[in-house]
Design a protein around this ligand. Structure first.
Ligand code: ATP
Ligand code: MG
Length: 488
């Protein structure tokens, strides 16, 4: 986090202590944390009484006497201490986690203790079909909800071994994950579509170098899993690829296949069926009326009470919890996911994008995701983001930013125009001319959060030549610069 954003979180959470490390390492680069933390505390109106630093020996640190403590020496001091269990109510908060902030001001999602434990235990058995003694490898970051639920708590509650890996999927080479699977005989793996798309751009032979036969399935979550990506990794690993849909707010999957209850077939493009405990409703956004027929498009809502494990409230802001999540759908008290979806006749759901990702082109409402899927099916497109850009004539037009699979031929304007033309023609053909993007720009990377989510809001702002706002969670600052240069 940049110190300003960290400061706002410290102010909101009012922690008595902060635990941090001297630095993190990412893509071979050392990122010092202590200066950011010191500045954040200086900026924050709330001052934590104690700061506990784990010194990894990566970067020098300034120590503030009285406040800062060294983990290693404290550990030495208390090594033989016996610390009794602290009994708490099941509703006692276990943690608060700030949502990633892809859309607007971060909210402190507060989770309980008992319900969360029960939900995770159930999910290990009924979603992951996991048994004690098996090995779980979630490639997430523990700072995100997937990391909390499925690097730390879930596997340990289930008596499994859990693997924590710090690093990128492509360092030192694109085989690193599969070497981990081979070495530790990983049975369950959890990752994100974006990581698979990164690997898809690498030499496919990396996947064949290691013995991954211990793997029972690969679960993917966090963003839409497009069919070509799912197909590619499914062919490569020859295990079921299981999409699952959920949110920081829910803590565990809303939609997936509960293969631990009953084996079900994966339907590419769909994260599956409603998990028990979740009364998932597709509702009309303007009337709140439930859409019960197959393939009707509406907002994905969840009828209360939410199942165990879901957020209790927004940290110290019950009003925000009620007003944001429960009052956005007219006429009824229903939890809104703020995502569009449909349910087919067999109960499989399809997520069509976020409710704020719909664009209106000359009176036609289009989901940016549909346009992205169409563009991504072009053989030379690795990844694409589509945003709606204000247009005097049409209200909004779609604008696309794409990463080519093979960019080597794209060094001339003529070559770029040719590919742009092909992509436009493809969208015309698949979705109709109204969905055709006004421009298709080719970039090296798309602006994303560190967890790999597209920063659509920032992209749209830059495309409209506005200030992109808070970029705290952005991974690579150069990504937006290239977009700025292209848009002019
Ligand atoms: P913020 O709420 O702060 O704007 P965020 O919504 O990106 O950030 P998360 O809680 O990590 O933070 O993400 C949940 C969202 O990610 C879902 O609401 C949905 O839009 C998307 N998502 C998650 N899993 C899937 C999936 N399997 N398929 C499609 N979309 C998904
Ligand atoms: Mg969200």
């Amino acid at each position: 986090f940049a110190s300003g954003s960290l400061a706002s979180r410290i102010e909101d959470a009012e922690p008595v202590a902060v635990v941090s490390a001297d630095a993190g390492s990412r893509g071979g680069k050392v990122v010092p944390y202590k200066p950011l933390l010191d500045e954040a505390i200086a900026l924050s109106a709330h001052k934590p009484a104690a700061v506990l630093m784990v010194n990894r020996g990566l970067a020098p640190m300034d120590w503030q006497a009285g406040r800062d403590h060294d983990w290693a020496s404290l550990r030495e001091q208390h090594l033989n201490a016996s610390v009794p269990c602290e009994w708490v109510e099941s509703t006692h908060p276990s943690y608060t986690l700030y949502t990633s902030g892809t859309t607007g001001k971060p909210k402190g999602v507060q989770r309980d203790t008992g319900g969360y434990t029960v939900a995770l235990a159930a999910s290990m058995k009924h979603i992951f079909d996991a048994q004690a003694g098996q090995t779980y490898f979630a490639t997430s970051d523990i700072g995100w909800v997937v990391g909390h639920s499925y690097i730390i708590y879930g596997p340990l509650i289930a008596g499994m071994t859990t693997i924590m890996y710090e690093g990128l999927p492509t360092r030192p080479d694109a085989g690193v994950w599969w070497s981990i699977v081979e070495k530790y005989k990983v049975t369950h793996m959890f990752s994100a579509p974006t990581a698979v798309r990164v690997l898809k751009k690498q030499d496919p032979s990396w996947l064949k170098k290691y013995d991954v036969s211990s793997l029972k399935a690969l679960w993917l979550a966090g963003e839409p899993l497009d069919e070509p990506t799912a197909q590619w990794i499914s062919d490569a690993l020859a295990v079921p690829i299981i999409d699952n849909y959920w949110q920081t707010e829910t803590g565990w999957p809303i939609l997936t296949l509960a293969n631990g209850v009953e084996q079900q077939t994966t339907r590419f493009g769909s994260p599956g069926k409603a998990m028990y405990g979740y009364a998932v409703k597709i509702v009309d956004e303007s009337t709140g009326e439930e859409l019960t027929g197959p393939n009707q498009k509406g907002v994905v809502g969840i009828e209360g009470p939410l199942p165990p494990g879901c957020m209790q409230t927004v940290w110290r802001d019950d009003a925000r919890f009620v007003n944001t999540y429960w009052k956005s759908i007219p006429g009824r008290l229903l939890y809104s996911t703020f995502d569009w979806g449909i349910r087919d006749a067999d109960g499989y759901h399809f997520i069509l994008g976020r409710t704020d990702d719909v664009i209106n082109v000359a009176g036609h409402r289009l989901g940016t995701r549909e346009i992205e899927e169409s563009i991504a099916s072009h053989p030379n497109i690795a990844e694409v983001a589509v945003v709606g850009v204000a247009d005097q004539l049409k209200g909004q037009v779609a604008m696309a930013f794409a990463v080519a699979k093979d960019a080597s031929g794209l060094d001339s304007d003529a070559a770029r125009l040719k590919l742009e033309g092909e992509v436009m023609k493809q969208v015309d053909h698949q979705l109709g001319a109204v969905a055709r993007p006004s421009r298709v720009y080719f970039v090296n990377v798309l602006p994303k959060t560190r967890s790999g989510k597209l920063l659509r809001r920032a992209l749209q702002a830059v495309a409209e030549r506005r200030d992109p706002g808070d970029l705290t969670t952005m991974d690579d600052p150069a990504a937006l610069q290239q977009v700025k240069d292209l848009v002019g």
